[in-house]
Design a protein around this ligand. Sequence first.
Ligand code: ADP
Length: 308
Amino acid sequence: MKNELRIFCPATIANISCGFDVLGVALDSVGDEMVIRKVSKKGIHIIKLEGQDLPMETHKNVAGVAGMAFLGESDYGGGFEIEIYKKIKAGSGIGSSAASSTGAVWGMNQLLGRPFTTLKLVEFAMEGEKLASGVAHADNVAPALFGGFTLVRSYEPLDIIPIHNPKELFATVIHPQIEIKTSDSRKILKTNITLKEGIKQWGNVGGLVAGLFTEDYDLIGRSLVDHIVEPIRSILIPGFNEVKASAIASGALGCGISGSGPSIFAFSKGEDTAEKVAQSMKNVYKKIGIDHDIHISKINVEGIRKIN
Ligand code: ADP
C-alpha cells in the first residue's frame, strides 16, 4: 500500500440561498492541494504550508484538529505528515477551512485502507470547522467529501443526503477582496424567525432539492431565494445588490451569498451563460473599484480526488 498521496481538495459553496447550514456543493475549478504521508512518529505534523499565512501548529490548523479527531478513533499506531498548498483564500466564503480539514481525513483514510465511512469522515472534519468558526457545521465538509450537492438533513444524529447534480449546471463565484470572518458574520444573525419566514424558507429548500433531482432549471431558479439570512448578511458585502441584479439580468438562474461571504455565487444553465454572468459581475466591481477573483466551475461530482 502507498505511503503518500497528493490530492485535490475542492472549494465549496455552502448555504446556497435558502439552505442555511444544510445545503452545499463542491466546485471543480478551484481548490487546494495537499500531500498526506504515513510516518511512524505519532500525531499529525504539518510540515509545509504554502499560499496563505496560516498557523502550522497541529491544534491551531483545521487539518491538524480534524486529523487528531480521526487518530483519536483509529487503532493505527503511527502518525501523518501533511503538506498544504492553499489556493483558496482563508475567509473567502468558499470553504477554505473545509478543504483542509476534509483533505486531511480523506487522505489519511485512503492511506489506512479506508477504515472509516464517508459519514464518519464528515464528523472528524467538523471538528476542524469548529476551530475555524466556533461552530461544527457540515455544509462545506459534506460536499467536499461526498462530491456534488449535499443536504445535511439532521445534525443529531448526523444524516447527509447526496443530491443529484444537473448536468448543465455551472457556478460562477466572485470574491471581492475584503475579509469577513465566519464568526463575525454569524454574530449579526438573529436567533429567531417567524413562522411566516420559516414557511417561505422550507418551501424553497424543498423546491431547490426537487429542482436538482428533476433537472428542472426553472424550479432551481425560483427556489434560490433566502428571506432570512441574505437580507442581513448582504449588508456586509459591498455592491451585493448590484452584483446580484447584474447576474440575473445576464441569465443566471439565481444568485446569493457563498457561505458566510464575502464571495457571491450564481448558478447558470450552461457554461456560456456562466461566463456572461461572470463578466457582468466583474463589471460591477470594476465600476466601484473593488479588486476581485472570479471562478467559473462545473459541479464537482466526485469531491476530493487523488492527483498524480
Ligand atoms: P471559509 O469562509 O473560506 O470557509 P473560514 O473563515 O471559515 O473560511 O475559515 C478560515 C479560518 O480558519 C481562519 O481564521 C484561519 O486562520 C483558520 N484556519 C486554520 N487552519 C486553516 C487551514 N488549513 N485552511 C484555512 N483556514 C484555516
